[in-house]
Ligand binder design. Structure first.
Ligand SMILES: Nc1nc2c(ncn2[C@@H]2O[C@H](COP(=O)(O)OP(=O)(O)OP(=O)(O)O)[C@@H](O)[C@H]2O)c(=O)[nH]1
Ligand SMILES: [Mg+2]
Ligand SMILES: [Zn+2]
Length: 298
């Protein structure tokens, strides 16, 4: 006899093993039906309880968006789905990599989702240095939302807490910038949520290193994902990369060629604006990204 189908939210996964939250906020250990494509953190699913064992996920809803990242073999695998914001975390330590920030911003433009830049560790003296200040002001000038945050000062996370209220956000950025520290500070019962996950999912301590969704006390959710060194953008065309640099749009119409790549073409209005209305470092980052994408295996 089969039990009723119930709606659920995937909180974390490890291969085919899933932790699924039910409508009452309880987490259940489930397996996925073999014929279903991979199911990840943030996926809405239907599942059925089974007597004395793991539940079975029998259907997954179409995703609104998804974050993919390279697996150990370098192939893109989805790791999170259905989020409102990509929170891109940078800090003075480890030193920020502009090109990585720009890759995440291109990604956010196309996922689609909103992008929020977080200049973290604002308690450190270096957070006022020329490089961090230039990043902050440069991205703010492009219309991106940029926040300064710290987990080491009393009010250091207030702006981020307010920005994330009732939203589902994914934290991304290189290892060591402070993503998990932010989650620990914004999710007071994170250890309890991890404990519940480890217990109910049978995934053990794995849940602290896998992409995992945590409930925020004021509503909404935060997805913590381990840092990666690179964001390959393999799924994007050259045109999408160009469109990912939002400040190019008002100039590219004036380029001599409609399909101008803004690299070496004569009569390029984007390049003519570099160093003036277009920040030189953004254009250099753009050039490095398109060059890398042309060279990478697909
Ligand atoms: N000074 C300062 N240090 C911080 C702050 N937030 C986190 N850190 C420190 O930064 C280091 C890395 O923090 P994590 O939260 O583990 O970084 P992460 O981004 O989750 O790293 P991965 O999980 O490896 O991707 C730790 O030593 C933290 O104590 C902050 O606001 N100020
Ligand atoms: Mg972490
Ligand atoms: Zn051009």
């Amino acid at each position: 006899m089969s039990t009723p189908r119930k709606p659920g939210l995937v909180v974390t996964n490890f291969g085919a093993r899933l932790a699924v939250e039910d409508a009452d906020g309880r987490v259940h250990r489930c397996v996925k039906r073999k014929e279903l494509p991979p199911v990840v953190c943030g996926d809405r699913v239907e599942w059925q309880a089974q007597t004395g064992g793991e539940g079975v996920v029998i259907a997954a809803a179409t995703r609104r968006n998804e974050l993919a990242r390279p697996d150990r073999r370098g192939r893109d695998k989805p790791v999170a789905a259905n989020f409102d914001d990509l929170v891109i975390v940078a800090a003075p330590r480890p030193p920020p990599q502009r090109q990585l920030l720009d890759r995440y911003l291109v990604l956010a433009e196309h996922l689609p989702c909103a992008a929020l830049l977080v200049m973290h560790k604002s308690d450190l003296a270096e957070s006022r240095n020329a490089e961090i200040t230039a990043l902050h002001d440069g991205y703010a000038a492009l219309g991106y939302r940029v926040l300064r945050t710290s987990t080491r000062t009393p009010e250091g996370l207030t702006p981020l807490r307010d920005a994330l209220r009732s939203r589902t956000a994914v934290l991304v950025g290189p290892s060591g910038v402070g993503k998990s520290s932010i989650v620990a500070a914004l999710v007071p019962d994170r250890d309890i949520q991890i404990g519940a996950l480890s217990e109910s999912s049978g995934l053990g301590r794995h849940t602290t290193s896998a992409t995992t969704l945590y409930r925020l006390p004021g509503g909404g959710a935060l997805i913590d994902s381990p840092g990666i060194r690179d964001m390959p953008l393999r799924r994007f065309s050259a045109q999408q990369i160009r469109d990912g640099f939002r400040e190019f749009a008002s100039f590219s119409q004036a380029c001599r060629f409609a399909n101008c790549a803004h690299l070496r073409e004569p009569g390029c209005a984007v390049r003519a604006a570099v160093g003036r209305q277009i920040q030189r470092q953004r254009w250099e980052s753009y050039r490095a990204i398109v060059t890398a994408i042309e060279e990478q295996p697909h």
